[in-house]
Design a protein around this ligand. Sequence first.
Ligand code: NDP
Length: 453
Amino acid sequence: MPIKHVIERLLHSTRQSTPGQAEFYQAVEEVLVSLEPLLASEPKYLHNNVLERLVIPERQIIFRVVWMDDSGKIQTNIGYRVQFNSAIGPYKGGLRFHPSVNLGIVKFLGFEQIFKNSLTGLAIGGAKGGSNFDPKGKSEGEIMRFCQAFMSELAKYVGETKDIPAGDIGVGGREIGYMYGEYKRLTGRFDGVLTGKGLNWGGSLARTEATGYGSVYFAENILNKQGDSLKGKICTVSGAGNVALYTIQKLYEMGATPVTCSDSKGMLYDKDGIDFNTLKTIKEIKRQELSEYLKHYPNARYIPVDAYEKGTNGVWSIPCFAAFPSATQNELNLRDIQTLHHNGCRLVNEGANMPSTPEAIAYMLANRILYGPAKAANAGGVATSQLEMSQNASMQKWSFSEVDTKLHAIMKSIFDLAYATSKEFNEEGNLMLGANIAGFRKVADSMIDQGAV
Ligand code: NDP
């Protein structure tokens, strides 16, 4: 049967057997379609049913999370952990707390994580988890009780050599702390079961910064290959959380000027450049609204979501040389990329997971816009999580610059691998194809080595 038909049949059966998981199908389709040239040259992957196995998680755990709010009322949420693939190492991937979380979202993130982790060159399998809990507007006590309730169930399924969760949207150092405390209380163990830990209790220097820094290192690699760099360039960034913040900081260090950021309520445009320290204080320390920024920089513009042109993300209307989507999935659509292109944008580098729609990606590839796909571009976070695990296991503590140097080298090696693989399959520079094939090959070969499991 022609390979196209094999893929179509698998996509169809995936939709039939797991209805209502749009983001998951989107992630699966992107990967499977880009594997076509590899499957054509290496029939062993079809003979061993690797694809059929790959799209089914090894295990998915769904649980009730019950906690008490400040008024004494019992609240209920749904918790998830999808342990997708452990062919190359223990499960690893973040936890997301956001009202939009459902099984399809967790599966898309877990599926992406398999290939991302493989690309890092480290021994980590793919997983993801989270809850539909909304941390916004909750008191400190409520956040703590929720995290404890969540971990009281999750603790049964994780372990330092089994499954090692980390943060993602809505889960930062504070939440990891509360979950770690509960894990310790339940198990009596002080081990590296979570990453993103506090620096006093097993965390790694540079883990907080790693995804944003790594994303900028990756972009610089793409540009260097073209004989260009970020120096002196105007950049746009979406999001105002962990990834966006440290993308902004590193862009300045590379000599670029990041002029935007955003959250779910609106966006900021400061043509002189977003002030990193002010943004960090507002979003990371005081957890305030983005519009607070205007009190410090009255010449900046704050545009609320309602004022965006319908169906577009306001950030991408600002002219730039490079765009760094760093908020959430499907935040950059066809109209956004057409606007960016029209305004002279040369590079889209994905800090968030799956931020570009399939139509936007197709447009980038057709119009030779440089494209850093999420699996590769934002892999610095999980790679540094693995460096945290290494430090925990060997009871060492490395300096910031030691970790940052390793991160820099890992991002370069991911770029080199994705680039070389794109060349091998006669699609030089198509890093999406290169990253998907390179990530897949290592996992698939390991699955074949390990037999029918
Ligand atoms: P944070 O929770 O720190 O920040 C998320 C940011 O995105 C916030 O500004 C948030 O705004 C905004 N946002 C979230 N959901 C939406 C939405 N539906 N519409 C508009 N804006 C939204 O998360 P991170 O920075 O950690 O994660 C951002 C992205 O990066 C995600 O895709 C995540 O999966 C990915 N990622 C994160 C890694 C990490 O190490 N943290 C590693 C690799 C990828 P608001 O505060 O108003 O909700």
